[in-house]
Design a protein around this ligand. Structure first.
Ligand SMILES: NC(=O)c1ccc[n+]([C@@H]2O[C@H](COP(=O)([O-])OP(=O)(O)OC[C@H]3O[C@@H](n4cnc5c(N)ncnc54)[C@H](OP(=O)(O)O)[C@@H]3O)[C@@H](O)[C@H]2O)c1
Length: 243
């Protein structure tokens, strides 16, 4: 039987690192793509294929996919696309309309929406086969248009809502041309990481998850999932979120 591999993209994210750790602890084959490979220098990742890229230009993404497809008979059964930005040295999420900045909006949209879509564009041709493959793209509950009653965080919300629409749209096409691929738009819940750090003080301790907890839930959840030609928008408990 051919061995399957897991691919983690944006593998320096805190949640990605927890997923990677659980996968190698289970002795499963792993390929990671990252802008910062320090974490993967540990001995436990000695059998992991680490692909370093400097940024996520489409040419680098295409080149990465070519490198993966040339690794012989690789069956990728799970993909996790983990990168995302909420704040950085240049911007914070908007509290009010007056905070809206086109420059920040474009950056958030590029990282959270355009880059995952570029990965999908270049992944689908190499993943299309008879072998089941589940692709998890990290979204967020705040991307739900249906659930938006709090407002604020204009750029981040919009980037995840747009990502969700792109995933839904891609699933319609894949149901025709790549029936072996299942797309999952995933909300991890508030998880302790640099992304959530500035916004944790009002989160009750029981609602602030460790990355290990989320990784565990996610891996177990997708194990049981059917390949059904649809995009699913799910939280860490496996419950559906209304788009
Ligand atoms: N943590 C939460 O509470 C929470 C809640 C809902 C959704 N999410 C989503 O879960 C995913 C993982 O988040 P996390 O909590 O693990 O966050 P994290 O530890 O802060 O990691 C963020 C990741 O995004 C990448 N990134 C940041 N800016 C980037 C840029 N300009 N270009 C390319 N990549 C960039 C980082 O790459 P480098 O390390 O290379 O900089 C890193 O891999 C994200 O999509 C996030 O939106 C998280």
């Amino acid at each position: 039987m051919k061995k399957t591999k897991t691919l983690i993209i944006g593998a320096n994210s805190t949640i990605a690192k927890a997923i990677a750790k659980q996968i190698v602890d289970q002795n499963e084959a792993l390929v990671v793509v990252t802008r910062n490979s320090d974490f993967y220098q540990q001995d436990s990742f000695k059998d992991t294929t680490v692909i370093f890229l400097e940024n996520y230009q489409e040419s680098e993404i295409a080149h990465t996919m070519k490198a993966i497809s040339q690794q012989g008979e690789v069956i990728i059964s799970r993909v996790f696309i983990c990168h995302g930005v909420l704040h950085n040295a240049r911007f914070q999420p908007e509290k009010r309309l007056e905070d809206f900045s086109p420059v920040a909006f474009n950056e958030v949209l590029h990282v959270n929406t355009v880059i995952p879509m570029l990965w999908l564009k270049h992944l689908v041709p190499i993943l299309t086969s008879k072998n089941p493959c589940k692709i998890v793209v990290f979204s967020a509950r705040v991307g739900s248009i249906h659930e938006n009653s709090l407002g604020g965080w204009y750029s981040y919300r919009t980037s995840k809502a747009a990502l969700n629409m792109l995933l839904k749209t891609t699933a319609v096409e894949l149901a025709r041309r790549a029936k072996n691929i299942k797309l999952i738009s995933f909300h991890p819940g508030t998880t302790d990481s640099p992304l959530s750090k500035p916004f944790q003080k009002n989160v009750p301790a029981t609602k602030l998850f460790t990355p290990e907890f989320v990784a565990n839930k996610l891996i177990a959840m997708i194990e049981k999932m059917e390949i059904d030609g649809q995009a699913s928008y799910l939280d860490w408990q496996g419950s559906s979120i209304k788009w």
